[in-house]
Ligand binder design. Sequence first.
Ligand code: FAD
Length: 469
Amino acid sequence: DPVIWWVRRDMRLADNPALCAAIDRGCPVLPLFIFDEVMKTHGALPAWRLALGAEALDKRLRDIGSRLILRQGKALDTLRALIAETGATAVYWSRLVDPDSQARDSAVKSALADDGIDARSFAGHLLFDPWTVETGQGSYYRVYSPYWRAVKDRDPGLPLAAPARIPAPDTWPASETIADWHLEAAMNRGAEVVRPHLGVGEDAAETRLARFLDGPVDDYRKMRDFPAEPATSFLSENLTHGEISPRRLWHAGQEAARQGAQGADHFLKELVWREFAHHLAYHTPRITTDNWREGWDRFGWSRKEDSPEVMAWKQGRTGVPFVDAAMREMYVTGHMHNRGRMIVGSYLTKHLMTHWKIGQAWFADCLRDWDPASNAMGWQWVAGSGPDAAPYFRIFNPVTQLEKFDPGHGYSGRWLAEGRANPSADALAYFDAVPRSWGLSAEDAYPDPVVGLAEGRKRALAAYEARDF
Ligand code: FAD
């Protein structure tokens, strides 16, 4: 009897325990991707990117005698329909720990078990299942450093090889196509501008890893803060879609460290930040929707999504070059450098006194590496409302940040066009990517700051001083 491999954020053949277990049953395997109720709540670009990942996985599966069945609908209904069509007796998947996936998966698991189906989840999205890392008091970690110490010497096991062949059914069930889902149009942005910046699929992930290990890893610790340089791995896009396993990166990082790469340890630490984000999302699911520290519910942040200041932020038209460059980088490439994320986040929540959830939602609409756990942790870190967060009064000054981290203006120059004699191709591409309704042109004058930096800082600190928590 066939087994369904329910594909979600594990779009890979290599090191995929759920897939290996499905194959080990010795029956036909039916890889199934469902554009389901959780994915339908995803932001525009992440939803599109997820579908592109499914398309790439389908290609790879076809090379080894299999394929990906694409369906849309509620996860449970769709699984039951395919079970009825094919007589499948088992459904295997890789676990996810973000709250929405958890809620869906536990309901699916118990309903299928009631139907007499062997419904099972496997590790693979993370190095360490969140419930396996405990403090001495048997609780979860709220602070990163002790979390890092607790896991750094753990062995997550060796990556599993990709299967050479996947047993196929005699006839393939019907499949939809990605075009049926109209995700590109829903983005309302120039997909053709964004697409060349994506690195979709397992091969793209391996290419990125090879590039990183071939040089940038040596100086990673020092250079990872300079956004003009391609000094980081850019693997977050692939990690979030499971196009490469964290275990593969863990071993690659350790091997690089053994060979003397100076930055390798720091790379491992960053991978563990991702683990920590999932640890927090699992143990305190409200981190994705509410202030982790509840006192912040009474803070005077604006919740207006479309005030002129917030629109200027979204459009990269605040008049603050570092902020605007980073926002445009995200709009054109789907990626934003980590330094940029911290600066635009600080600017929104402090200089513009706007709720971090508005920033979280915009990132969730634009990022090719959108991850519910890392995005939530990042925003609550910046805003000061999270566990182990930057204190609110530490307000990034985007001018001194620019002098320090973009001294040659390679980054701001790459992304800003207005008022420049020879704008770069990327700076111009931004105007092809944005919706017409924004009415932007590269010929416009560069805007004056929407708020004076000193004034914005003063206002934020005054609100902070006046708080009652
Ligand atoms: P590298 O520097 O090469 O790091 C290697 C890997 O470590 C990354 O791919 C990522 O998986 C992990 N990592 C690195 N830094 C962090 C971090 N601070 N938190 C969690 N994991 C980390 N990352 C996402 O993957 N998705 C998000 O939606 C996301 N939203 C963020 C929002 C804010 C406000 C902030 C401040 C950070 C956010 N990050 C997010 C974390 C970080 O900015 C990105 O992971 C990183 O920039 C990705 O680039 P890279 O792959 O080249 O990273």
